[in-house]
Design a protein around this ligand. Structure first.
Ligand SMILES: C[S@@+](CC[C@H](N)C(=O)[O-])C[C@H]1O[C@@H](n2cnc3c(N)ncnc32)[C@H](O)[C@@H]1O
Length: 238
């Protein structure tokens, strides 16, 4: 059953609302990343471009006592982020801005960009733009899709060209970063991410929403599980 734009938007909003992170990120890795992103100066400032509902930025700022900014175009996600900031007691030092992240030009010491390289149309341009807003001596957490294995035609049809982990690390060095940490999400993190995403859509329960959830499950389990991966790179300007 075809979905109109409103139905699709409702389904995608519902999918996102069921997620803590809109990326294949489990709690153990989130905790590990918080350790790795400890800033060297107490007055460091954090920035998340394409922050969504801001969970990772908020945890980083909460854990390390930082001030920060989250930037996204989706008002609903930002509303959720502001509520969570209030819950954590960091609303006085973490601000959320409804803006096009490509227009943001204030550098920060700790920059996050997770699942949002498409803002600049891909990893190469994203890494160049993120280098411009990462202060010397600072840190960038870059999370982006990769191929773990050679994709078949059906997979390439959905995801197009993507690098592997080595290619993403090379793109980071070409953009002027040193690679401090490189890892990929586990299949378990992906399984949970995909299931949680579909669980949000299941709650919409319209025929169109169910069709979208079924199609995504078929594509994940039949086409891209174990083939599409997600790279986590902790980078510092060279
Ligand atoms: C897959 S989500 C990732 C969200 C978040 N980083 C996370 O990991 O939970 C990608 C986000 O990029 C945002 N986005 C896309 N284009 C944007 C733009 N030009 N400026 C700001 N945000 C944008 C979307 O609204 C969405 O919240």
């Amino acid at each position: 059953m075809p979905q109109d734009d409103d139905d699709l938007r409702t389904s995608f909003d519902a999918a996102a609302s069921a997620l803590t992170f809109n990326a294949p990120l489990g709690e153990p890795r989130a905790a590990d990343l918080l350790d790795r992103l400890a800033p060297s100066a107490a007055d460091a400032r954090a920035l998340d471009l394409g922050c969504g509902s801001g969970e990772l930025l908020l945890r980083v700022c909460d854990r390390h006592g930082l001030a920060g900014d989250g930037v996204d175009q989706q008002e609903k996600d930002l509303d959720r982020a502001r509520l969570r900031a209030a819950d954590l007691g960091v609303a006085d030092r973490v601000s959320f801005h409804a803006a096009d992240a490509t227009t943001w030009d204030r550098p920060a010491d700790l920059v996050l960009n997770v699942g949002a390289a498409h803002i600049w149309d891909g990893a190469d341009a994203a890494l160049a733009a993120l280098h411009r807003v990462t202060r010397p001596g600072g840190t960038l957490l870059f999370g982006d899709g990769i191929y773990e294995r050679e994709p078949d035609a059906a997979c390439r049809e959905i995801f197009g060209d993507m690098p592997d982990l080595a290619g993403t690390a090379r793109a980071a060095t070409a953009a002027g970063f040193r690679v401090l940490h490189a890892a990929t999400s586990t299949t378990g993190e992906w399984d949970d991410f995909e299931s949680d995403w579909r669980a949000g859509i299941e709650r919409v329960a319209t025929p169109g929403a169910r069709e979208l959830a079924d199609r995504r499950r078929e594509e994940y389990l039949g086409v891209y599980r174990g083939v599409v991966g997600f790279a986590w790179l902790v980078l510092t300007p060279a």
